[in-house]
Write a protein that binds this ligand. Structure first.
Ligand SMILES: Nc1ncnc2c1ncn2[C@@H]1O[C@H](COP(=O)(O)OP(=O)(O)OP(=O)(O)O)[C@@H](O)[C@H]1O
Length: 412
């Protein structure tokens, strides 16, 4: 099969238990597409597995190298493995800002939906770009149907600032009833009594650290408990850049700290108003509230377990082929490992496609990218992940057809 298209990756290294190759020939190289089994441990092979090391017929700094190993059954497979089964699975895509997390997450969601899975794609990044990616207004903090895919695909942009605004406005009217409804809606109803006596309007003007995460967390709890979300068999998270993601993942620790802060604050206020305290029967309320908070903490522990369950959850790191992005990805991988979050795949996005006639700029750029790929292969954190190489495409990835195009390249 011949190709000259720049938009098609010269080398696609994905994984599956099968070992089928499509070979393409262009003017000066052979390239391989399809379900190549790949392991970044390809250098050291265990008995019984076959390895291929294929180098394209181009100068060193102009070549993409494919190393492929027939994967053992328990190792990472390709999209076949991601799509199989009707039990709910969670995919979280994260990495440095601007590397293509949203594009990859949205393309995965489209691919799941086109493969028969009712899918939800959620953005927990305060600087959302899902709407831009789908070319559709998905703002509003509600489930919004995405038009185009075969199966239902819904998107949800969690907007912490907007939620905080709503939160503040309802605390200022209806004597707190509106606030109760809102907090119930966020899965935090049990905190209402606890917080009821605090001046929430003031509190929200100077929000305690972690409030944004609390809102995101409450949405995650909804996924687990609400009927509205029960139809989804695949949930894809487009996460915020690294730091936020890690905070989101350490839910119970975060909650412990936040609840601690809330209780401390409450204590301060109640002791400062000790005269009023007796009127409101503080002691009884406190005990009751602690029980509720403890129950909430237990739910959080369940969420944590789920997010660390290698059968249902996978964190996919997205990076670009620059040494800076690779370094950050390595740190992210180390932190996720420490948190026991399953990570198997690394997408190296925006690789320059092959060209028979590189200009000086492209040749330099390609050389840099090859250096970054070498860094990945020598990195103790990243070299054990399955690398998916995704090309820089020459169209803007916007709208479902473009996302399908990208998804068919990346997810195989
Ligand atoms: N493989 C690719 N080829 C061409 N353009 C790409 C590719 N991947 C991403 N882009 C473009 O790069 C830009 C940034 O991508 P995207 O918004 O997906 O990144 P992000 O990591 O989610 O960014 P942020 O951290 O700001 O949320 C977008 O304009 C997107 O269309």
């Amino acid at each position: 099969m011949a190709t000259t298209s720049c938009c098609v990756p010269s080398t696609s290294t994905t994984c599956s238990s099968s070992f089928s190759l499509r070979v393409k020939r262009n003017s000066n190289s052979l390239s391989f597409m399809g379900s190549l089994s790949f392991s970044s441990n390809a250098n050291s092979l265990s008995a019984g597995f076959v390895s291929l090391s294929i180098k394209q017929n181009r100068p060193r700094n102009n070549s993409l190298q494919v190393r492929s190993v027939a994967a053992p059954s328990e190792a990472v497979a390709g999209f076949d493995e991601m799509v199989s089964g009707t039990q709910r699975k969670y995919y979280m895509l994260g990495g440095k800002g601007g590397v293509g997390k949203t594009s990859c997450a949205a393309s995965l969601a489209v691919k799941f939906a086109n493969s028969g899975h009712p899918t939800l794609v959620v953005s927990t990044d305060p600087a959302h770009s899902l709407s831009d990616s789908f070319a559709q207004d998905l703002t509003g903090g509600q489930l919004v149907p995405v038009e185009g895919p075969d199966c239902p695909l819904f998107a949800l942009e969690i907007n912490p600032e907007k939620a905080r605004e709503e939160f503040r406005s309802v605390t200022q009217k209806n004597g707190g009833t509106g606030m109760k409804d809102l907090m119930d809606g966020m899965g935090l109803g049990m905190l209402v009594e606890q917080l009821g006596e605090l001046k929430l309007g003031e509190l929200l003007d100077t929000p305690p650290p972690g409030l944004d995460e609390a809102i995101a967390i409450s949405k995650v709890i909804q996924f687990l408990e609400s009927q509205e979300y029960s139809m989804f068999t695949r949930i894809v998270f487009d996460t915020a850049p690294t730091g936020h993601t890690l905070r989101l993942l350490s839910l119970p620790d975060f909650l412990d700290a936040s609840i601690g802060k809330i209780l401390k604050l409450r204590q301060k206020i109640t002791s400062a108003t000790s005269a009023i305290k007796s009127v409101f029967g503080q002691e009884e309320t406190r005990e009751d509230a602690s029980d509720k908070l403890e129950r909430l903490r237990e739910r959080m522990v369940k969420v944590r377990e789920l997010f660390r369950d290698k059968d249902s959850t996978e964190f996919v790191i997205v990076t670009i082929p620059t040494v800076m992005a690779v370094s950050e990805s390595s740190r992210l991988s180390a932190s996720l490992k420490k948190e026991n979050v399953p990570v198997k795949r690394l997408i190296v996005n925006q690789l320059l496609p092959p060209s028979a006639s590189d200009c000086k700029f492209c040749a330099m750029k390609r050389k840099d990218q090859m250096r970054a790929l070498d860094v990945i292969q020598g990195d103790p954190e990243l070299s054990s992940l399955t690398m998916i190489q995704a090309p820089l495409v020459d169209v803007e990835i916007r709208g479902v057809p473009a996302l399908k195009f990208l998804g068919d390249i990346v997810w195989k």
